[in-house]
Ligand binder design. Sequence first.
Ligand code: IMP
Ligand code: MG
Length: 185
Amino acid sequence: MQDYKDVLSEILIDAESLQMRVKELGAQINADYASEDLLLICILRGGVPFMVDLSRSITVPHMMDFMAVSSYGAGKRESAGSARVTLDLQTDIRGRNVLLVEDIVDSGHTIAAVLQMLETRQPKTLKVCALLDKPERREAQVDIHYLGFTIPNKFVFGYGLDLDEYYRNLPFVGVVDLEKYDPSF
Ligand code: IMP
Ligand code: MG
């Protein structure tokens, strides 16, 4: 894999702005779920850094669980046409307040499929918290109850989002320069 500095065209959201926004979202969640039970569900793998930081700013007692979804009909840097659960929850969500934590809502197919599947398990409430929203790409309608940032239609990486599985660890969200990025490296 190339050094990220060689394929980065710009930093879209810097680390400080991300941390500030995550704290604001945490405060909103604390207010909305005060005296409620809460279960955070992270959609692997992109949601991990976001959920970890978010969780640390949530003071309402909460549990965490994880699920993974794979996309059909997707190119390497495109997202799903439909989705299939590849790793299911360990927790029974019936009657619980569930908050899904996702890195980005792009076409919307992933989150729409997950919501539809989880709804059948009869949670008390089911909401979505997404770090990023790319509305220009939307194909499936989804309500995002807690949103970090709306971004333009560009391929981004860092803070959970991957460049062919690399660089999820970066503390900022950057835009890939597709002219410079060579996947065969
Ligand atoms: P959707 O089903 O099209 O909404 O796709 C959502 C998934 O596609 C996200 O969870 C990401 O894993 C991936 N994705 C979409 N856009 C980007 C991007 O710009 N960078 C990295 N991953 C992305
Ligand atoms: Mg994802």
